[in-house]
Design a protein around this ligand. Structure first.
Ligand SMILES: NC(=O)c1ccc[n+]([C@@H]2O[C@H](COP(=O)([O-])OP(=O)(O)OC[C@H]3O[C@@H](n4cnc5c(N)ncnc54)[C@H](OP(=O)(O)O)[C@@H]3O)[C@@H](O)[C@H]2O)c1
Length: 257
């Protein structure tokens, strides 16, 4: 199967080797060098849903998964919330595109993490951000994984995450993070002005139902307007069974990121 890709924006449109192949992440947050740079990457249906039947796997195509691996290969770490791990089997590696593989970061207050069954990542490169009140017996079970206690009871929102990100940079040298959901964790980080860019794949599928979009939480205090950085599409694909997706890259506004 021969696949070619077009970058439609910025003009002029041109053929490119791969989706997001030209992306380079900086080594820190643009407004605070003590924090890593964070870019969110999500796939959504045409009606704005990020899961179908409680899982995201059926929304994106193999082309989307390849674009995701490309982005992972550019980041020092890939991060998800515990809800995502509890929902489905998760691989947070670039599948060999990057050596060493990016760190895998999980956020969880409860430490209810089916990590051995559902996470595919190297144990010694997996770090868990948790809170002071997480159950001791669960922390003991997770011996051998990196554990950062980033917040206390009642302080586990964006402030706790900011402290956790600072420690990831300081203790592990993590300068860039690809945040891969889910919607609750995305909202915490976006509302804390900790996310600089959003990569969004729009799939032509319609899902319906009650499921959520890329952010889940209270309305944001201002409605930040993101700047469109790029649009990519698959150009031609002989033998492909799937209709093409649109790959969008946005920059969140200064003062918000
Ligand atoms: N389409 C896509 O691209 C995509 C990507 C990823 C996931 N998904 C879908 O999204 C759904 C899961 O998303 P979700 O929004 O329910 O869950 P989620 O955001 O993955 O995880 C939420 C959990 O993260 C932990 N967390 C959140 N904020 C934290 C903080 N400040 N400090 C420490 N831990 C924190 C908590 O874990 P504890 O409860 O353990 O304390 C919280 O319950 C699934 O259906 C999945 O398939 C879709």
């Amino acid at each position: 199967m021969t696949t070619t890709f077009t970058r439609i924006h910025p003009p002029p449109a041109r053929e490119v080797a791969g989706i997001h192949a030209d992306v380079l992440f900086p080594g820190s947050h643009p407004g605070d060098p003590s924090l890593p740079f964070v870019a969110m990457n999500m796939v959504s249906s045409l009606d704005g849903k990020v899961s179908a039947g409680g899982k995201s796997g059926s929304i994106g195509s193999p082309v989307d998964r390849e674009a995701m691996r490309t982005l992972r290969s550019k980041a020092d770490a890939v991060m998800v919330g515990a809800g995502t791990l509890r929902a489905e089997r998760v691989s947070l590696t670039s599948e060999g595109l990057r050596t060493p593989e990016p760190f895998a970061i999980l956020a969880s207050r409860t430490l209810d993490l089916p990590i051995r069954n559902l996470l595919h990542a190297e144990k010694e490169r997996t770090i868990i951000l948790t809170s002071e009140d997480s159950p001791r017996r669960r922390r003991d079970i997770l011996e051998g994984y990196g554990i950062i206690v980033a917040c206390g009871e009642g302080s586990c929102g964006a402030t706790g995450l900011r402290d956790g990100l600072e420690r990831l940079k300081e203790e592990y040298g993590i300068g860039s993070i690809l945040l891969e959901g889910g919607s609750v964790l995305n909202h915490s980080l976006v509302s804390g002005s900790l996310v600089s860019e959003i990569f969004l794949t729009v799939s032509p599928k319609l899902i319906g139902g009650e499921s959520i979009g890329i952010l889940s939480g209270e309305e944001l205090s201002s409605f930040p307007e993101a700047e469109l950085l790029s649009i990519h599409m698959e150009k031609a694909s002989s033998g492909s069974q799937t209709a093409p997706e649109v790959f969008l890259r946005y920059l969140l506004p200064a003062g918000f990121r």
